[in-house]
Design a binder for this molecule. Structure first.
Ligand code: F6R
Length: 615
């Protein structure tokens, strides 16, 4: 998610903007930049990577001004790079802009600007067109030019612009992307988020959709769509900057857990056409490519690997092609059977995990087609893949992955549904039924949040357990692995996941009254002898009869399980196939509260890194 900061005052714009950008780091970014009007021209400096990289190239004290704009970029169009970083200038850099959002018709505008005005683009971004549009409309009045440019733009945007000829002014506009103006004394701010300005000021104006705002050091003037001045009440804020970055949540992990309904809908809706069919926009796999596949490997690490386990079940079921799931550190050394009829699916939140990347290279060298499911746009895995299926989880800051996992699952369903339809192994009716189930998920995840208090209570009750086992069958087994990982990585409690049917082949020896078992039993679609639910009931009885305490996780309506378990957690009713997206949520929340009760460093657990770029 991009971050915008603008400052206009009497001096030291650079320091204020950099401080603001640092405060927006929590949103995640891949590059940063700053533009200042200096001596009648706009000087833009930007750098890929951490803010430190930018700080090095702006350290020179002559690079400063009374006003300026800055940006941290989270790539959507165009890979993270120096040229794609913001700010963007027009042809002669007399105008510069920063942008948060997506300009949907940027390609059309690009073509028009290059044919009509001979504009030559420097970057691959959608945002650059804004600078050029303002540039061609500019006749000495930045506000007027911005209004004209907005008429041409479709999509979502918060844009801030500066002009060399008006160095003491910033003009900004907002449509479906956050923007807040900050009221200072002899200076004013504009930013995508309040935390960016909290060090300096505590009074703000919210900017509403389709409003433009003109800032000078003494004034903030807001205009509505018709160009009329708008009177806005001042918002007084008493929070400190740290709390504000987490939007009131105590930890990023909890915030990200709560962002899952949004991440799931985004990931889903961006891949559906008006008729509700899955579209693989930007993915070049043809019908023939899909038809010729005879084997699929899903390769990933940690949580992403667990998403692959669910992916295997769903792809095999809908596409009827054998799928192998492997942890990347094993795959790359085991000389797997890969040829040009193999599809290799890499799953990675960061897109930088070394083992996943090396496995991808290995499979590519042997002729496999590479499809990656990645959250970070333009990351190494994304760049080296034939096709990329992005998750739209937004930046994930907490080390323990939550929203990346559920959005990876959504990608697995969409890939399976698309391939199933293409190969004729999935009927339109089943496709539509599954789609309906997927669309209902965000609302059902919200319903699970209503059990948060109960989960916090269970966490408090069981926080001193030394061993916690997670068991499940079928798709529940994959989720059991993820629930166990979540718990151990942030609470440091020893935890182990196992397919419930495997218990009796050894692990059951460990069952005694000191043990807690979390039993997932959501797979109740099939009734009768083969019912996984009935088998799970037997497994629960197996462990309770040896004294273990049991928390069962089932769908609403399966109250009978209360008779054989110590506690029961319910998720809303849904088709068995999509249950993993729901059943993991209480496990994430439980893990979070156990770690909180134990006073652990939830967002940055010991010994772990967000992106594992070493072998
Ligand atoms: C656990 C977790 C890790 C990552 C793993 C792969 O919560 O986050 O297990 O899933 O290190 O990382 P990515 O997805 O970035 O390849």
């Amino acid at each position: 998610m991009c971050g915008i900061v603008g400052f206009v005052g009497e001096e030291h714009a650079k320091e204020r903007i950099v401080e603001g950008l640092k405060r927006l780091e929590y949103r995640g970014y891949d590059s940063a930049g700053i533009a200042l009007p200096i001596d009648g021209r706009i000087e833009i400096r930007k750098h890929v990577g951490e803010l430190e990289n930018l700080e090095k190239i702006i350290a020179d004290p002559t690079f400063d001004a009374a006003a300026g704009i800055g940006h941290t970029r989270w790539a959507t169009h165009g890979a993270p790079s120096d040229v794609n970083a913001h700010p963007h200038g027009n042809q002669d850099n007399s105008i510069a802009i920063v942008h948060n959002g997506i300009i949907e018709n940027y390609q059309e505008i690009r073509e028009w600007l290059s044919t009509e005005y001979g504009v030559r683009f420097k970057s691959d971004t959608d945002s650059e067109v804004i600078a050029h549009l303002i540039g061609i409309y500019y006749d000495g009045d930045l506000h007027k030019a911005m209004n004209k440019a907005v008429e041409d733009m479709k999509g979502a945007y918060a844009v801030c612009a500066i002009a060399a000829a008006e160095p003491d002014k910033i003009v900004a506009v907002r449509k479906d992307a956050p923007l807040v103006a900050g009221l200072g004394n002899g200076c004013n701010f504009i930013a995508s988020d309040i935390p960016a300005m909290l060090k300096y000021i505590k009074e703000f104006y919210t900017i509403e959709n389709n409003e433009t705002v003109v800032l000078t050091k003494d004034d903030i003037t807001i205009y509505n769509e018709k160009g009329e001045k708008v009177k806005r009440d001042v918002l007084h804020v008493s929070w400190d900057a740290d709390a504000a970055e987490k939007e009131g949540y105590e930890h990023f992990m909890l915030k990200e857990i709560h962002e899952q309904p949004k991440g799931i809908s985004e990931t889903l809706l961006r891949r559906l056409d008006a008729n509700g069919n899955v579209v693989l926009d930007g993915i070049s796999m043809s019908k023939e490519d899909i038809e010729k596949l005879d084997r699929i490997y899903i390769v990933a690490c940690g949580t992403a690997y667990h998403a692959g386990l669910v992916g295997k079940s769903i792809i095999e079921k809908l596409v009827k092609v054998p799928v192998e799931v492997d942890v990347a550190s094993e795959f790359r050394y085991r000389d797997p059977f890969v040829d040009d009829r193999t599809l290799f699916i890499a799953i990675s939140q960061s897109g930088e995990t070394q083992d996943t990347l090396q496995s991808l290279r290995e499979a590519k060298a042997k002729g496999a087609r590479i499809l990656s499911v990645v959250n970070v746009v333009g990351s190494s895995v994304a760049r080296e893949s034939d096709d990329v299926f992005y998750t739209w989880a937004g930046p994930e800051i907490a080390v323990a992955s939550t929203k990346a996992y559920t959005t990876q699952l959504i990608c697995m369903y969409l890939i399976a549904m698309y391939m199933g339809r293409t190969r004729g192994t999935l009927s339109q009716e089943d496709h539509d039924r599954l789609l309906g189930e997927l669309k209902a998920l965000p609302e059902k995840v919200e319903q699970i949040f209503q059990s948060e208090e109960k989960l916090a209570y269970l966490a408090k009750k069981y926080q001193y357990k030394e061993h916690i086992f997670f068991i499940g069958r079928g798709m529940d087994a994959g989720v059991a692995y993820e629930g166990s990982l979540k718990l151990k990585e942030i609470s440091y409690i020893h935890s182990f996941a196992i397919a419930a049917g495997e218990l009796k082949h050894g692990t059951i020896a460990l069952m005694d009254p000191t043990v807690l078992v979390i039993a997932l039993a959501t797979q109740d679609g099939k009734i009768g002898e083969d019912s996984l639910y009935d088998k799970m009931v037997s497994n629960i009885v197996e462990v309770t009869s040896r004294g273990a305490r049991v928390i069962a996780l089932v769908k609403d309506g399966m109250e009978k399980v209360e008779q054989i378990s110590d506690e029961v957690i319910y998720i809303p009713r849904c088709a068995d196939e999509v249950a993993p997206v729901l059943s993991v949520i209480p496990l994430q929340i439980f893990a979070y509260y156990v770690a909180k009760e134990r006073g652990e460093n939830i967002d940055k657990p010991r010994n772990l890194a967000k992106s594992v770029t070493v072998e």
